[in-house]
Design a protein around this ligand. Structure first.
Ligand code: ZN
Length: 270
């Protein structure tokens, strides 16, 4: 089992997982662009591990779901049911944070196998557990837990070295998801982006999300907009995180949760 961690050039450098087995390879996330997907395929081929039989999408964002059509034509694409509906609604040119990442003509494929809560894949003697934990980063987050290896592929629910992004998901839901992930007892966490970490990255993510809720409560009570509040909030212990501008979107989502309604509900355009 391997993690493919690309150089961060700021153009949707999503991590991918490669799980080898006697019946072929399972890839976790098909990454953003044709070039990146070919790099994952080359990594698979360098292992001599056989064809890619299965791709798991951790969520619908293009940075994780664009690269399957051409680089892995022989694979069955597996995802949460909401991931499929989000991708279907976006049409042949998916939208999302990585829609402009220079896909190089890459073609995404709608998942042909979907599930709601959990699905276990078997790769030789290894169990590969797909677990729904949304809404968190999006409405349709799935993590991949390998209990025998104590390795967790967390998708974008957990990011290493960058601020979490909950605008399309839920701050409160992400906190609940972190609790669920912590219960796995992972020794190694492969985040959606950034270097491989241990379980302390869960604590760091939780601390950031709780800080967002505190800042949001202050701004919401004072009638300040998320942008105004973000301008006043010192990053403090989170100043080392990249993508600090995500605070505005995270506050917007936290404000919506203070207003009430179901977690992860769509927000009006700003
Ligand atoms: Zn994402």
């Amino acid at each position: 089992m391997f993690a493919h961690v690309p150089y961060d050039d700021g153009r949707c450098p999503a991590n991918a997982g490669i799980i080898t087995g006697p019946e072929g390879v399972t890839v976790i996330d098909a990454v953003a662009t044709a070039a990146r997907a070919r790099a994952v395929r080359a990594a698979v081929e360098s292992l001599g591990a056989g064809p890619v039989r299965r791709i798991v999408h951790t969520h619908h964002h293009g940075g994780h779901a664009h690269g399957d059509g051409d680089a892995f034509p022989e694979a069955t694409v597996i995802a949460h049911a909401l991931t499929r509906s989000e991708m279907a609604g976006a049409g042949p040119r998916p939208t999302g944070p990585c829609s402009g990442a220079g896909r190089g003509g890459v073609r995404s494929v709608l998942p042909s196998v979907t599930f709601e809560e959990r699905l276990t894949l078997h790769s030789g003697d290894r169990s590969v557990e797909l677990v729904f934990c949304g809404p968190a980063h999006t409405t349709n987050d799935v993590v991949v837990w390998l209990p025998g290896d104590r390795v967790l592929f967390a998708g974008d629910v957990v990011l290493a070295g960058a601020a979490p992004c909950t605008l399309m998901g839920s701050v409160e839901g992400a906190l609940r998801a972190i609790g669920m992930l912590r219960a796995f007892g992972a020794r190694t966490v492969v985040c959606g982006r950034g270097p491989i970490r241990d379980a302390r990255v869960l604590d760091e993510t939780e601390a950031y999300l709780r800080w967002v809720q505190v800042v949001a409560m202050r701004g919401w009570q004072r009638g300040l907009s998320p942008a105004e509040m973000a301008g006043q909030a010192p990053a403090g212990p989170f100043s080392h995180l990249g993508r600090a501008e995500r605070l505005v979107g995270n506050l917007r989502r936290a404000y919506a949760e203070l207003d009430g309604g179901p977690l992860g509900r769509p927000l009006e355009p700003p």
